[in-house]
Design a protein around this ligand. Sequence first.
Ligand SMILES: [Zn+2]
Length: 88
Amino acid sequence: MPQQTITFGEMRAGGAAGFRLFCSGYKCGHHVVVDADPFPDDVRFSDIEQRFVCIKCGSRGGLPQPCYNAPRPSSYPDYRIDLSEPLP
Ligand SMILES: [Zn+2]
């Protein structure tokens, strides 16, 4: 059975306003804090993780983790998110 990731609604219910995203690129290690506001409550992390493109190394995909105590994130300046296809 595939691993079920949490939804944005569950993340917000837990008090997180955003999430940290770690680049999947080998040796890159880049990470950013992303504001969760644009994402609907019923979207799962696993639905969007392949949409992130690291501007440092160009890798697609990342590992999102809820961000509970960081300053409220404003944007994702170091990541591009591919929303060319509608969210599920
Ligand atoms: Zn990267």
